[in-house]
Design a binder for this molecule. Sequence first.
Ligand code: GLU
Length: 304
Amino acid sequence: MDQSIQSCIDHIAKDMRRREDRGQVAAYIPELARVDPNQFAISVTTAHGDCFDAGDVHTGFSAQSITKVFTLAIALGRSGDQLWHRVGKEPSGNAFNSIVQLEKENGRPRNPFVNAGAIVTTDEVLAGRAPKQALAEIVGFVRAAAEDSDIHINENVAQSELAHGDRNFALAHFLAAHDNLRNAPEMTLGTYFHQCAIELTTRQLALAGRFLMNAKTGSKLVSPSRVRRMNALMLTCGHYDGSGDFAYRVGLPAKSGVGGGILAIVPGIASIAVWSPGLDRNGNSKLGTEALERLAHEMEWSVF
Ligand code: GLU
C-alpha cells in the first residue's frame, strides 16, 4: 500500500501543477488574497505511522475553518453535550457566512462548522478567560495532536481578517442579541480570528488529524465516541453548502478552510491534508477536492 500511496500522490501533484483553472483565492481577507494560487501540496499519514508528501509541502498555509474541528473537540471536552443547546448538528444548505438562517432560527447556528456555529464554540472555549489563554489551549491542542511544537498563529492574517470582518461581527452581535454569546463579541471574535490564522504545512495538518482516525480506540485527546461523532459532523457539514457534493465525490469525512486546505479522514487507515489556495463557489479548495476525489478513488478509500 505504501508504494502505491506515494506514486499516487506524486502523479496527482504533477497533474495539479499543470492545471490552469485553479479557482479563486479568498479575496475578502486581504492577506489571503496575496497567496500565489499556483501552489499545491498533499500529505498522507497512515495508521501505521508512515508519512507521504508531494508538492509544496514545506510551505505553511492558513488553516482557517479547519481549526473549527480542533476547537469543537476542546469545546466538547469542556462542556460535553451541553454545547448542543447552543449550536445544532444539521447541514446548513447556506453559505458559510450566511446570516439569514441565523435570524430565522433565533440565533442558534445550524452546526459548529458554519461561521456562526464556530463563533459559538470559540465562545464556549473562551469561557470568561483571557483570549490569550484560550488561544494557548487551542494552539496547544493542535501542537499536541501533530506532536510538533513548531505551529503558530500568523498575526498578519488575524489582523487582516479583524480589519475586514464585518460579516463575522454582524453574526457575533446577532448571537449576542439572542443571548447565545457569553463573552463580549469583540473578545470572542478576536479569539476566533486568531484561531483561524493558525498556519501549518500539509504534513503538520495530516499529523494533527490523526486524533480523528481511530473510532475504536479514540486517542489521547478525545474519546472513541467523540471521534465517531466528529467524523459524522465532518461528513455532513464539513464543506458548507458543498457538503453533499463532497461526500458524493470523495466519500470521506473532511473539513475545508478558505485558506485552501482540506483535512480528510479515512477511518482506521489514514489522515490526509491537501492544500491549493484557489476556491470553488462554495469556498472549498477546487484542486484540493479534485485531488482527494482521485486519491480516494485510486486507493479505494471510502466510508461507504
Ligand atoms: N476565518 C474565516 C471566516 O470567518 C473562516 C472561513 C472558512 O475558512 O471557511 O470567514
